[in-house]
Design a protein around this ligand. Structure first.
Ligand SMILES: C[S@@+](CC[C@H](N)C(=O)[O-])C[C@H]1O[C@@H](n2cnc3c(N)ncnc32)[C@H](O)[C@@H]1O
Length: 392
């Protein structure tokens, strides 16, 4: 398998509903590729998906019915267009993709050759340029006043790690965050946990104290719980997915951190309370388009509202679990009004005993209201955080 052929197979699998990150991780584990080829494969898969709408726009004048092409031929043309867009000279980008097309649709090789040679720069509306669905581009423009921030979703990011031991690595944008420079490794053995700093920030904003009890609700594998435990908090992580929790418990042990896991559906109340509660509920993930590049084409306009309903329900459980005088930190890796400000506004109407606290973020801010939207710049995921204090 060469990286181009592999990229076409993976992108076809994404067309059938697969997740790019998962498929790519599997392929990188399975095929003995040189590091250079791994990097090229990653670039092709992520680049092709992140720029998909723009690539189709560049190909449009040269193809009568692209949807009728075999999927791999269509992807070969898109990836050829990606390399055109990124400035690769014709001799280096046309022939290799025509050769790929020859391998599975020889009759279409002349078409591929002609299309890839004829590509020209083309003006595009901003949503097309950014490869965003129109509905989301419109909502973002209306809510944040601009769209430029979304360009950051189309650029590669470093692999960030959170360190639970002293390490000699380039620093990341927050305390305890670093940039992992090399190929993937046995991270827990090195005291490291791959994690986007924007995700870690939710745990840092909870500001846990040694000996204090902290609840990590919708904790998944407990990545945020690891940080809380490392600050000396007594942490209980709740989620309804026991598999993720079992994997998290293994990692916590290897990192030398103590986290208790409880499996429960959090649309129902839990039998305990704490002065510090973190809720990281399921969301549209619209702040994670960089690492989940196919997601933007799968979301539909109704999704943010549906997620917001579930989030409000989970917030009720979190509110009951927050001791008077305590803090409830609500965080989502989404940049929609509904899942951020909308949920918190509805929550505060129902629970007037909670007051939002001002948040000063050490990272770039996209918008502010009851909480703060983090801009997805510099490899960060886009996030929304609100810190809600319960009256004592
Ligand atoms: C955004 S993820 C949380 C990620 C995690 N906090 C982390 O830092 O990696 C949302 C989590 O909510 C969990 N979840 C979804 N619905 C739930 C429910 N009704 N009760 C409890 N957990 C739920 C999912 O299993 C998933 O792990």
């Amino acid at each position: 398998m060469n990286p181009r052929g592999l990229a076409l197979a993976l992108l076809e699998a994404v067309d059938r509903g697969g997740r790019a990150q998962h498929l790519l991780d599997q392929a990188l584990d399975r095929y003995p590729l040189a590091e250079r080829d791994k990097a090229y494969l990653t670039h092709l898969v992520y680049g092709g998906l992140r720029r998909l709408r723009l690539l189709d726009h560049l190909l449009e004048p040269h193809l009568k019915a692209p949807e009728r092409l075999p999927p791999k031929v269509r992807w070969a043309l898109r990836l050829g267009a990606l390399e055109f867009l990124l400035g690769k000279p014709p001799h280096a980008r046309v022939h290799p993709w025509v050769e790929e097309v020859k391998r599975f649709s020889p009759g279409l090789a002349p078409l591929a050759n002609a299309v890839l040679r004829r590509l020209m720069p083309r003006e595009a509306p901003e949503a097309v340029w950014l490869s965003l669905p129109d509905w989301l581009a419109e909502r973002w423009r209306g809510f944040f006043g601009e769209l430029g921030f979304a360009e950051a979703f189309n650029e590669p990011a470093p692999l960030f790690v959170t360190a639970y031991r002293p390490v000699d690595l380039p620093q990341g944008p927050l305390p305890h965050t670093y940039i992992w420079p090399g190929p993937k490794a046995d991270f827990p053995a090195l005291g490291l946990q791959p994690q986007n700093p924007a995700s870690l920030l939710a745990a840092q904003l909870l500001d846990p104290r040694p000996g204090e009890k902290a609840l990590d609700l919708c904790g998944g594998a407990g990545l945020k719980a690891f940080y809380l435990a490392s600050r000396g908090a007594e942490v209980v992580s709740y989620d309804l997915n026991p598999k993720r929790q079992a994997a998290g418990a293994r990692t916590a042990r290897r990192l030398g951190l103590k986290v208790a896991y409880r499996t429960q559906d959090l649309t129902r109340p839990i039998p305990e309370r704490a002065p510090k509660v973190l809720l990281d509920p399921p969301c549209t993930g619209s702040g994670t388009f960089r690492s989940h590049p196919e997601l933007r084409y799968r979301l539909v306009p109704q999704d943010p509202r549906a997620m917001a309903r579930l989030q409000l329900q989970l917030l009720r459980t979190a509110a009951q679990a927050t001791e008077p005088g305590g803090v409830l930190l609500y965080a989502v890796c989404s940049l929609t009004e509904e899942e951020g400000e909308g949920v918190v506004r509805a929550f505060l109407e129902e629970y007037p005993e909670f007051t939002p606290e001002a948040l000063e973020l050490p990272l770039p801010v996209l918008g502010r209201g009851l909480g703060v939207y983090l801009s997805p710049e510099g490899g960060l995921d886009g996030f929304y955080y609100a810190r809600l204090r319960r009256r004592g």
